[in-house]
Design a binder for this molecule. Structure first.
Ligand code: ADP
Ligand code: MG
Ligand code: MG
Length: 555
């Protein structure tokens, strides 16, 4: 689509000016992604082409009090994940049907059991745990109050591995702050924003828009990694007999995908870690790690061979492992053979997990972020299991308020779950639900007719009873959320992709650091992300090409 489009309140000169500023701001501040063809199998390639990240030209109106609500849930949710990760029985019981039909989740659970529930994972059990989580929300329309929709904050999912866009989202917020403050030529932008403000119920305390907040992500995420790194050095390096003046500073290992295009987002973290804390980063894929990493079986020390030599002096100790890969079956291309344990990427993952390095995330955190766990948590008294005492902010009651309807399609399905299935199959209510497998990264969900077909093909309907095929147990059924629609201008590769009505998803980052004794060393809110996509697009995901990066204009 050309840049010649009609936008209410914005004449074409203003629009062109805004686009031109957005693109140059992006170049000047690394609001960029790599092009597909330029990212190669080598995780450290030099010949890269960078383009403007997919962005929404202007921010979306967001009710201030619901934004604050998302922020305030970060710390309780961090704690929840930490607690779940330590409850092997809960994870095993919750995922027992899933593991029989989904090999990937099954493998994660096998490793978790072997390392954390049996005797052969002593180094892993002694390691600290670092979480960089992102809880995603949509505003969901509830009762129409005198004709005007009311919205509440509902959780879409909780990401516990490779939660991305902390870096780029901070920059988008800076861009949007610049555009709305500096470029508000004669109030035209205000008119545009004002129209969007009408779509949401404003915070009574914020009569006029209060603008785009600053995201603390680029200080908070590196800080959490630094604290984990510090603790590792204090616990292990300072005490090692071989710690001499020549010992190199342990590194933070970024485990990355060979063909990653979202590299700038990762590099922003790497550079901030160095700038703020002088902590070095090494990037490697799981495949490379298989060839270049050694686990010392007597100490649990994890060492990687750097590229510039093969002798001991060129190897580096890993203090913290940060996974930006490993969350999808496709990250393990050599597969998994239970018989002989082959599959080099899984072997590399296992070696990392068994080490004494602090994992972000460890297997327990990773599993706590599965969609099946999310669904189980929504059952009566399950969050309460992890927060037995009602202690205000961290209480189960507070967390529960953001849960949407979640239903099991496994052997544990209750009458209520089956009623949701009946609603889809017998009442034609497929548009009120989303069907989700245990996958991450966007693009896997079923909607509408596909959803109904998928369930119908995998169940037997006898008069009033519905029998679900075991193959459905890797899915959960979720109430579909309907956020307010707002006008936006979406850019891809610096060009207008289109303008029209859009919906948005808020992400709130949280960071947590826990010790082997479950002492909480650090637990903080860590910044935000807003993703915006055209209303007609079911799926989300910026990297997967469905959504764009935006920011909330609080009002
Ligand atoms: P993933 O881990 O793949 O990101 P999500 O649960 O976030 O899985 O689903 C992907 C996208 O699908 C979301 O970003 C959102 O756009 C859409 N989506 C997921 N759940 C719902 C829901 N309950 N209602 C409406 N849209 C949803
Ligand atoms: Mg996810
Ligand atoms: Mg998601």
């Amino acid at each position: 689509m050309s840049n010649d489009i009609e936008i209410p309140h914005l004449d074409s000169t203003t629009l062109q000016n805004l686009i031109s500023y957005a693109v140059s701001f992006s170049a000047a501040n690394g609001l960029q992604v790599q092009t597909k063809s330029s990212s190669t199998a080598d995780s450290n390639t030099n010949s890269n082409t960078y383009i403007t990240a997919p962005i929404s030209l202007l921010p979306q109106s967001y009710p201030s009090h619901l934004f604050q609500r998302g922020i305030s849930l970060s710390r309780p949710l961090n704690l929840l994940v930490e607690k779940i990760s330590q409850d092997g029985e809960f994870l095993r019981e919750t995922l027992k049907d899933v593991r029989t039909v989904d090999e990937y989740t099954g493998k994660l659970l096998d490793l978790y059991e072997a390392i954390y529930m049996k005797q052969d994972g002593e180094f892993a059990r002694s390691a600290d745990r670092l979480g960089i989580l992102r809880s995603d929300y949509m505003l969901h329309s509830t009762v129409a109050d005198g004709g005007k929709d009311q919205y509440e904050l509902k959780q879409v999912e909780l990401n516990t591995i490779a939660s991305s866009f902390a870096g780029l989202a901070s920059t988008v917020a800076n861009l949007h702050r610049f555009l709305t403050q500096r470029m508000d030529d004669g109030g035209k932008l205000n008119l545009f924003l004002e129209e969007n403000h009408q779509c949401v119920v404003r915070d009574a305390r914020a009569e006029n828009g209060v603008g785009v907040p600053e995201s603390p992500a680029m200080s908070q995420l590196p800080l959490a990694m630094f604290l984990a790194h510090e603790r590792y050095c204090q616990r292990f390096v300072k005490n090692d007999n071989d710690a001499t003046a020549t010992t190199r500073r342990p590194v933070v290992l970024f485990v990355v995908q060979p063909n990653e295009t979202n590299t700038v987002d990762q590099r922003l973290l790497e550079f901030a870690l160095w700038n703020n804390h002088q902590v070095p980063v090494v990037r490697m894929s799981l495949g490379e790690l298989y060839n270049k990493a050694v686990l010392d079986e007597t100490t649990g020390k994890f060492m990687i061979q750097s590229d510039n030599g093969a002798d001991e002096s060129s190897s580096e100790e890993v203090a913290v492992v940060y996974f930006r890969a490993g969350y999808a079956p496709t990250d393990y291309p050599s597969g998994y053979n239970a018989e002989d344990g082959s599959g080099i990427e899984w072997l590399a993952r296992e070696r990392l997990e068994r080490s004494r390095a602090t994992k972000c995330p460890c297997l327990g955190y990773h599993l706590a972020g599965t969609k099946k766990v999310q669904q189980e948590l929504a059952r009566p008294s399950v969050v309460e299991r992890f927060f037995p005492e009602d202690d205000g902010d961290t209480s189960a009651r507070t967390i529960r308020t953001v849960f949407a309807g979640l239903y099991s399609l496994g052997a544990d399905a209750t009458e209520q779950d089956i009623n949701a299935v009946k609603d889809v199959l017998l009442n034609n209510a497929q548009d009120k639900y989303v069907l989700k497998p245990q996958r991450e990264g966007g693009g896997y969900n079923y909607y509408g007719k596909n959803l109904a077909d998928k369930i119908r093909e995998n169940c037997t309907i006898n008069e009033q009873t519905i029998e679900l095929d075991p193959s459905l147990s890797e899915f959960i059924l979720m109430e579909r959320l309907f956020p307010p629609q707002q006008r936006a201008i979406l850019l891809r590769n610096g060009q207008v992709e289109g303008s029209g009505m859009t919906i948005s998803e808020l992400g709130c980052f949280g960071t947590i650091l826990a010790t082997e004794d479950s002492e909480i060393v650090h637990n903080e809110y860590g910044g935000f992300l807003l993703r915006t996509k055209f209303s007609g697009v079911d799926e989300g995901g910026v990297a997967s090409g469905f959504a764009t990066l935006s920011s909330p204009y609080l009002c």
